[in-house]
Design a binder for this molecule. Structure first.
Ligand code: HOC
Length: 360
């Protein structure tokens, strides 16, 4: 990997060179003037560690457990619907990388590859199926049952896409990635979706229009969560919870974990950095994954040091995928984990429990 980038900025610059302009913008972009996206990153960097010295640091241990699974590293790949657009068979390449490195991942409803193929490709690695609720509960529940039958380990329900964020880059480019309709594989075989289309094997544009009309359920609420809870026994992760009260409610509703996240600054441009929500969310006592601003190996340690069980990685691995498929994803993950490991070694911190974070 002599020519592969080692920093986020280099990765992003290289990805920009190879991706179609509108697709790059889609991955790179955020809501509004992208202030939230920026502050997600800068605020996280205000946290650090006080080194300890003269302690045996010959062995460092990054392993952890999440929802009963033993993981070699405290990371999870975030769900991304356009993986299949940035690289051929992108969803499967990501799943293969996750299998090779035994890291956890969440796979998008909008994957280009059918979820059963993804479930196969991820081997023994921990895999959650990410669900976008639709206006049609039956269609939503069908997807949940399918994920269950395919052998996924958990269900992640994305809560912050009740409507799509205000994204100037995409407005300018016309939302081309999604209008291509290549991310609808999981709907096209669903009898309920076919009913909505009024025809089997609908043309991509027709399917895209029907899907857009069904996408998201603005009234989605705790009652829907209770319904889905009854549909599956899979552990449920609620993604997008930032308020302590919502986290507490999740705990009382039998939810298993929370993904604390502001969607990488892609949905609401409220300006608050996602990391400022983590402490309140942790108070509910559920296991928490955190994403939105994680760019390198030290960020992984920061997030875990602040109490999250797993650090969610999005854009960094998507750029790795863009540049080198499964090998590219592996390179990015290995680099991030190597940086985390070497940082722990330098600071004489040997386990994740040693990470005491201080804010500057
Ligand atoms: C056109 C609707 O999670 C993102 C996605 C949002 C998916 C909705 C697409 O881009 O962050």
């Amino acid at each position: 990997h002599r020519h592969f980038p080692y920093t986020f900025d280099d990765l992003q610059a290289r990805a920009q060179q190879v991706l179609d302009h509108s697709l790059f913008d889609y991955v790179r972009g955020g809501a509004g003037d992208e202030a939230t996206q920026d502050v997600n990153v800068t605020e996280l960097r205000r946290y650090g560690f006080v080194p300890r010295m003269l302690r045996d640091r010959s062995v460092r241990d990054l392993s952890t457990t999440f929802l009963g699974a033993e993981l070699d590293a405290p990371v999870v790949l975030c769900p991304v619907g356009v993986n299949g657009l940035v690289h051929e068979n992108g969803d499967l390449e990501v799943a293969r990388a996750a299998a090779t490195l035994n890291v956890a991942a969440m796979y998008s409803t909008l994957s280009e590859a059918p979820i059963e193929e993804i479930a196969d490709a991820r081997g023994d690695s921990f895999a959650a199926f990410q669900l976008y609720p639709t206006k049609d509960d039956q269609l939503t529940d069908n997807l949940v049952r399918r994920a269950d039958a395919a052998g996924f380990d958990a269900l992640t329900i994305t809560l912050d896409t009740g409507s799509l964020g205000w994204r100037p880059r995409d407005l300018r480019n016309g939302y081309i990635p999604f209008l291509r309709g290549r991310c609808l594989a999981n709907y096209l075989t669903d009898p309920r979706f076919i009913e909505h289309c009024g025809v089997e094997n609908p043309a991509p544009l027709h399917a895209g229009v029907v899907w857009s009309s069904l996408f998201s359920k603005p009234t989605f609420s705790w009652e829907d969560i209770a319904r889905i809870r009854r549909v599956t026994d899979l552990p449920i992760i609620l993604k997008g919870i930032c308020h302590a009260e919502d986290a507490r409610r999740a705990a009382t509703e039998g939810i298993d974990a929370i993904a604390c996240s502001n969607h990488g600054g892609r949905q609401a441009n409220g300006g608050l950095p996602a990391i400022s929500h983590l402490e309140g969310v942790l108070e509910a006592g559920l296991p928490v994954t955190f994403d939105s601003g994680v760019r390198d190996g030290v960020d992984i340690l920061r997030v875990v040091g602040l109490g999250a069980t797993l650090a969610g990685i999005g854009r960094p691995y998507v750029y790795g995928l863009t540049l080198g498929g499964a090998a590219g994803v592996e390179h990015v993950l290995r680099s991030m984990l190597a940086e985390a490991d070497l940082t722990m070694a330098a600071d004489c911190l040997t386990t994740l429990a040693d990470l005491h974070v201080v804010k500057r």
